[in-house]
Design a protein around this ligand. Structure first.
Ligand SMILES: Cc1cc2nc3c(=O)[nH]c(=O)nc-3n(C[C@H](O)[C@H](O)[C@H](O)COP(=O)(O)O)c2cc1C
Length: 392
């Protein structure tokens, strides 16, 4: 099979899909009634049972089909100028198609493909911006070693760009109390975001601010998090980058929030991820810039930093050293109430390492890094090679 279409919108769209994608070998799978959970970032598909997802649901059949697929199309509705959580969830779960092992591909550090490259296309519904959707396809396909098949709008779009919404009044001054959401699907104990937040809040406390934290990994906390979202003035969502944007679980939570609020608020973000360079995070940052207005909040900026893979697995002293810089940013956030400050911009580090540096890193360190992954896998009881191909 060459082309697989994962349709989250149901059978009403089958004819439109067939009219738009004319490939001869095509299978359209209606995922709207399928049982598909969010990726929870457990890493078992990389380090414990390479290539096999630990979640036993209907996505296992999809992975088996992907092994035979060259072109993957996602058919999805959009929210917040991006895929809705049902569409994004299909991409977050694609991790078993990659290996943990990192290689230098097209001049960038990438995870190695487990089977073969995948080309990515998108048929989308709703008022998302065409150029943004195209960009996501390009960036995501490059991650999986393939190329973009393009983004095509389905039916008539509302055409209102999210950037055209009315600007909200900006709240100025210090943040006396900060309401924090950890948007990682990983349980707090294992979440790198959690370790980052706990360094950040030390800084808040030093500057005399108070804080409260809610974890989206625990659905029991969603209701109180929703209420706190509506009543707090300084809101901070900290989360890991998942396939170029927010984890699908966080998108689902955001989709349950009311768009109206009684008093103004400043919504800021702390975004981190495994890769080191700043440009890894720019697509997501663009989506975040428009997000606060959709909830009646103003944008308080995004603090971005890479290199967070495996913080939780490090020895305490190393872990403390990695997250220490966030303490200072917590202090500054308390004093300024936002990340719209030059220090936050600088915090990201290099946008892109020079070509020579990347080449040197790949020659000198990648072997060591990848050997580290193998050792880690052994410590988890993994008995298969990391590039195992269980569905071949
Ligand atoms: C499904 C998935 C997708 C990811 N996508 C990216 C990515 O596109 N870029 C990146 O730098 N890191 C990516 N990561 C790595 C996470 O951002 C990183 O491991 C982070 O530290 C996890 O934080 P947490 O432990 O709080 O979930 C991804 C991880 C997962 C599980």
């Amino acid at each position: 099979m060459k082309t697989l279409v994962l349709n989250t919108l149901g059978n009403d769209y089958t004819e439109q899909i067939k009219a738009l994608i004319k490939d001869k070998e095509i299978e359209i799978v209606d995922t709207s009634g399928m049982k598909i959970a969010h990726c929870m970032g457990c890493n078992q598909c990389w380090l414990k049972m390479p290539g096999i997802c630990a979640i036993k649901d209907d996505y296992e059949e999809i992975i088996k089909k992907l092994v035979e697929t060259e072109n993957l199309w996602i058919v999805s509705d959009t929210r917040f100028g991006f895929l809705d959580y049902k569409g994004k969830r299909l991409m977050d779960r694609i991790m078993p198609m990659m290996n943990m092992t990192i290689v230098l591909r097209d001049g960038r550090m990438r995870h190695e493909e487990r089977y073969h490259p995948l080309n990515i296309g998108l048929l989308y519904k709703g008022d998302a911006d065409q150029a943004i959707m195209e960009d996501w396809c390009k960036r995501t396909a490059a991650k999986i070693g393939g190329h973009s098949l393009g983004a095509i709008a389905l039916g008539i779009n509302a055409k209102q760009s999210v950037g055209e919404r009315e600007a909200m009044p900006v709240i100025t001054g210090r943040a006396k109390h900060v309401f924090i959401i950890n948007g990682s699907p990983r349980v707090a104990k294992f979440s790198n975001t959690d370790k980052i937040i706990h360094s950040f809040v030390k800084g808040l406390e030093e500057a005399g601010s108070t804080w409260e934290l809610h974890n989206l990994s625990s659905r029991k906390e969603w209701e109180t998090a929703r209420e706190a979202f509506l009543t707090n003035k300084h809101i901070l969502i900290a989360f890991p980058l998942y396939v170029e944007c927010m984890p699908s679980m966080m998108l689902e939570f955001l989709e349950t929030l009311p768009s109206e609020r009684k008093q103004p608020a400043l919504l800021s973000f702390l975004l981190h991820g495994g890769m080191e360079e700043g440009n890894e995070f720019r697509f997501c940052e663009r989506i975040l810039q428009e997000l606060p207005a959709q909830f009646g909040c103003s944008y308080g900026g995004t603090l971005i930093h890479g290199g967070s893979f495996g913080i939780r697995t490090r020895e305490d002293a190393v872990k403390a050293k990695i997250v220490a810089p966030y303490e200072k940013m917590g202090r500054l956030f308390a004093q300024n109430g936002n990340f719209l400050i030059p220090e936050a911009k600088k915090f990201t580090g290099p946008e892109q390492y020079p070509w020579l540096v990347r080449k040197m890193v790949s020659l000198l360190f990648l072997k060591k890094v990848n050997k580290g992954f193998e050792d880690f896998a052994k410590s988890w009881g993994c008995t298969r090679p990391l590039d195992d191909k269980p569905y071949n």
